[in-house]
Design a binder for this molecule. Sequence first.
Ligand code: ADP
Ligand code: MG
Length: 403
Amino acid sequence: MKIVIQKFGGTSVSSLDSRNNIVKKIKEAKGKGKNPVIVVSAMGRKGEPYATDTLIGMLNEYKSAPRNLDLIMVCGEIISSVIIATHIKNEGWDAIPLTGGQAGIITDNHFGNANIKNVDTQVLLNIIKEGKVPVVTGFQGITEHGDFTTLGRGGSDVTASILGEALNADSIEIYTDVDGVMTADPRLVSSAKVLSAIDYNEVFQLAEYGAKVIHPRAIEVSMRCNIPLYIKNTNTDSPGTLITNYNKINLQKTLKYPVVTGIAHIPNRAQIKLKIKNQNIESYFDPLFFTEIANRNISIDLINLFPEEKVFIIDNNDIEKIEELLKENKYEYTIIDNCCKVTAIGNGMRGVPGVMARIISALHREGIQILQTADSHITISCLVNGKDTKTAIKVLHEEFNLG
Ligand code: ADP
Ligand code: MG
């Protein structure tokens, strides 16, 4: 039995036109002899009536238990699945809306960011065997005790991959509002190009470093079960981006890896610099300080420890929490808020000298101050002031001829 997972994001389910396009995509899959399993996100984006952010906002004035917050957050996808299933049924196919739990997705009780423990595919398989189309709510599961849980931001992509793995699907198709994975966020760089194919590892890094077109965990899952993942546009017929192993793409012999494949960014960061009081080895590492940061649920990144100072970045929203801790510990500190972490990613930069030099020169030419850097074998990140975000991404995009 050939199965294809088709996941439709927020903008793909909100208008009548795109719902008609969903039906078109189902028809195409059926025409190829495949059984589609649909996964849907909540309708619309921030500010729209049933978007996840709107639902969270309804509890803003209250202190609510994580379990209850999850219970309100799952509503957006439930509404969406019923509407999409009804729409599909009107177009002539029997479609069955299902919550994550009804589709057999069992998670732990880590509310807000639950981990999937098990998928029982029996109900889905029965629906498929009857020739019907399951429409599963993305972003959610259920605990063994029957509590609804959510999988974290962008979690509908994870639902798609997890179901693809559990059902041993032929492919997983993520439909969104752009033609595929692009060389940069097209909202910031108008010359950004669609990549026709990209390696799992490379796209994982792009996603980790902020390209929100696909959730990194969704890539991990498809990579581990080796199911090809496609990113496509709901509203066009463009072929999209194929995500797989490069050796599978069969381009290996002819392919010249570009030094940089894409530029990703994560906005709303704050850089924290602490002076170290007495420069002995104990206060340099100060493990208790980092344990305390973790206890307060603040996640840190770009961590650099020097004998005389500690530097790291956090989410802007955590500034109040960190200042409380710094004051309690009588640290001398400076904070630069609203920074952006801009990252160049490319399998081809492995072992190639001079990439950092090109990045620094390009940013310098535009008068952009680099606040901090970090690198791995296929990434180079620069922290810049928020006001420089667009220019920094554009200039690096040009420097590596990505447009
Ligand atoms: P959906 O609601 O369909 O899941 P998302 O908003 O999560 O859609 O992801 C699609 C958006 O991701 C695009 O509209 C685009 O602005 C943004 N994006 C950021 N970086 C990239 C990139 N490298 N390639 C494509 N899209 C990107
Ligand atoms: Mg998304």
